[in-house]
Write a protein of this length. Structure first.
Length: 247
């Protein structure tokens, strides 16, 4: 392991006998033996109990489980929004866990687009300003890209609107625009179609598929088997553990 938190590349041999660096085939997301505990008084809740998983570039993976199964906690730990009590998370080969908040924020801004059920937008900024802020945090400045991504999600006419004035579907599309704007290699979505109309749901799923085809890795956390069927693999979680038979 390098001091900066990146995994050292190791030479591997292909079937043809040529060597390559393993970092070229490292998973986009790698979680190793994650544990997360919560305490309320004398009670302890084991939200994650030794969860390990991977998501590769060009792949959509759905994490499915009932309420309270640990899937949202897993998403938060993988996205760097929460720190696991044990285990490690690597994003594009860079360690995200056990880093200071400034470093985690920088990695998250550069490498991950996050779409939550709500809270994706700052109410005091217009939709366009929200998108521009995300790109600024990722070290990018491109007003052309801002306009393009708003058109891509179908809300170009609402760029100057403030979030409180958006419908539920418009807010979801605006949140997706923020997540996709800097073209992150990884997209993480928590119940992305939970409270949207059918048209918005189809647009979101189409853009997920387009992101995958462009080499992006997508992790969807959902309780909906209908959404999960669009994934390349389904990981089922219950009581903080991944069930056998997950593919």
């Amino acid at each position: 392991m390098e001091p900066g938190g990146e995994k050292l590349p190791v030479a591997v041999t292909s079937p043809s006998g040529s060597s390559a660096l393993s970092s070229s085939v490292s998973p986009a997301i790698e979680a190793r033996e994650l544990y997360r505990f919560y305490h309320v008084g004398d009670d302890e809740t084991q939200a994650l109990r030794g969860v390990s998983m991977e998501v590769n570039s060009g792949e959509i993976v759905a994490v499915v489980g009932p309420s309270g199964s640990g899937k949202s906690t897993l998403m938060a730990c993988i996205a760097g929004l929460d720190e696991p009590d044990g285990g490690f998370v690597y994003i594009n080969g860079e360690r995200l866990t056990r880093r200071d908040e400034k470093t985690r924020t920088s990695l998250r801004a550069r490498l991950i687009g996050i779409l939550l059920q709500s809270g994706n937008l700052f109410d005091h900024l217009t939709v366009r300003q929200n998108v521009r802020l995300k790109m600024h945090l990722a070290g990018q400045r491109d007003d052309g890209r801002v306009s393009d991504v708003l058109e891509m999600v179908g809300i170009s006419s609402r760029g100057d609107a403030y979030p409180p004035h958006l419908s539920g579907g418009e807010a979801s599309r605006a949140g997706l625009a923020v997540a996709l704007a800097p073209k992150p290699p990884i997209l993480i979505a928590d119940e992305p179609t939970g409270e949207v109309d059918a048209e918005t749901e189809q647009r979101i799923l189409y853009l997920f598929e387009e992101h995958r085809q462009n080499g992006g890795a997508i992790l969807i956390v959902t309780h909906s088997d209908a959404i999960a069927k669009h994934a390349d693999r389904i990981i089922r979680i219950e009581d903080g553990k991944i069930l056998k038979g997950s593919r």
